[in-house]
Design a protein around this ligand. Structure first.
Ligand code: MG
Length: 238
């Protein structure tokens, strides 16, 4: 799974380096697909439940599952959440990050910073003997403490030979509640944090993209991690 994670992380980093005003999300998608195939992998998202991209490209008030398109051209001041995964030898890696397009509003930068911080808080709680509730609590505490909304309808998940396996990993919860974490579990921890309300709307006509109910921006960071005796081990790393 480290190899699938390495390729997923490389794809995310390299696509992130291309983010700039004037580029389309389809160009980002094609780049990611080529990179994953060059590394000997298969894009995990392509064809997943009929999804047409190798990345999810979610701009501004899109929370997740934005479909890459030649018609979506990034503009100065946007943010874009990119989610990408690779399959190597039958094992899956899955990771995501939000990138700024040029200069962005300070409040939007704060949203991105807090979302990343909440992800690391969740990862830090992913230890044998803790519970899924401990992960959710850690994420929620950071995000809501900063005044932001935690998306409820979309959550992290187990990862293995399939991209989405049990258990669900909510970004909210109560300490000590839920499934107990064991050595060897592999989870995608992926807070989706909204600048305003936690409520969502959609998907609409395209069947995929999910939006914030108030159209304020949303950020998303994700790593695939393994739970080990020594603590959380990030698999989506180069
Ligand atoms: Mg995921």
């Amino acid at each position: 799974m480290k190899e699938a994670g390495r390729v997923s992380a490389k794809a995310l980093r390299k696509v992130g380096e291309l983010v700039r005003p004037g580029i389309s999300t389809l160009e980002l998608d094609r780049f990611a697909e080529n990179l994953i195939r060059m590394e000997g992998g298969t894009p995990a998202f392509l064809g997943y439940n009929g999804f047409k991209g190798s990345i999810c490209a979610s701009v501004n008030d899109q929370i997740v599952h934005g479909i890459p398109s030649a018609d979506v051209i990034l503009r100065e001041g946007d943010i874009i959440s990119i989610d990408v995964g690779a399959i190597i030898g039958g094992w899956v890696g899955d990771n995501a990050a939000t990138f700024a397009v040029g200069q962005i509003a300070p409040e939007t930068q704060r949203l991105m910073d807090v979302t990343l911080q909440s992800m690391w808080a969740g990862i830090d709680a992913a230890r044998p003997g803790n519970t899924l509730g401990d992960i959710g609590y850690a994420v929620q505490h950071v995000a809501e403490g900063a005044g932001f909304g935690v998306v409820r309808e979309y959550v992290g998940h187990g990862v293995g030979r399939k991209m989405h396996e049990d258990p669900n990993v909510p970004n909210f919860g109560k300490k000590g509640r839920g499934t107990r974490l064991k050595e060897g579990m592999v989870l995608a921890i992926e807070p989706m944090i909204n600048a305003g309300t936690h409520r969502t709307k959609g998907p609409f006509a395209d069947g995929w993209a999910v939006y914030t109910a108030d159209n304020k921006p949303s950020a998303h960071f994700e790593r695939t991690i393994a739970i080990t005796k020594a603590g959380p081990l990030v698999l989506t790393a180069e």
